[in-house]
Design a protein around this ligand. Structure first.
Ligand SMILES: Cc1cc2nc3c(=O)[nH]c(=O)nc-3n(C[C@H](O)[C@H](O)[C@H](O)COP(=O)(O)O)c2cc1C
Length: 151
């Protein structure tokens, strides 16, 4: 069974809402096992045992959250000993932008290396049903793609 990891941080709950929608979408593809893990609790083995990863974060000061950055700080060099080479995609909660977080994550994960397989969902402002639906679709896309061997 293929494994999908959803790794996220949320300070005030918006990204967490998105993460739960991503998770709900992914679980519709029952052939893929999906785990939802907070960035502060995640370690390198979480990455090594999955087949694809979805990162979720608020944009803070034009960057990803410190907690997600902490995960990359802790795992980047240890990961160089392995063939990480994972497909990934992003979901971002932002007040009005979100592009800085996307740009910085894309740059860092290229070094693991990981490869982007879907466009990011950027939720700007309030978490609306439309954004939740986009996140659900993103989760389903990744999970179904894994199950069908697309990635
Ligand atoms: C310290 C701080 C910095 C922020 N910086 C940005 C920013 O640079 N760009 C932006 O669009 N929103 C920014 N925001 C707004 C958050 O991205 C937004 O409120 C987001 O929904 C928070 O997600 P969360 O509820 O998962 O923590 C910032 C919020 C905080 C608290």
């Amino acid at each position: 069974m293929k494994k999908l990891l959803i790794l996220y941080h949320s300070q005030s709950g918006n990204t967490e809402q998105l993460a739960h929608s991503v998770y709900g979408g992914a679980r519709q593809a029952s052939e893929t096992h999906t785990r939802l893990v907070r960035a502060l609790d995640a370690t390198l083995p979480d990455l090594l045992e999955c087949d694809a990863v979805l990162f979720g974060t608020p944009e803070n000061f034009g960057y990803m959250s410190g907690a997600l950055k902490d995960f990359f700080d802790r795992t980047f060099y240890p990961a160089q000993d392995y063939e990480v080479n994972l497909p990934y995609a992003l979901f971002i909660s932002a007040g009005n932008d979100g592009t800085g977080a996307v740009r910085q994550i894309d740059r860092i994960v290229t070094g693991y290396p990981m490869r982007k397989v879907a466009e990011p969902v950027i939720c700007r402002g309030a978490v609306t049903q439309e954004y939740l639906d986009q996140c659900e679709e993103l989760g389903l896309t990744l999970a179904a793609g894994l199950a069908f061997g697309i990635y």
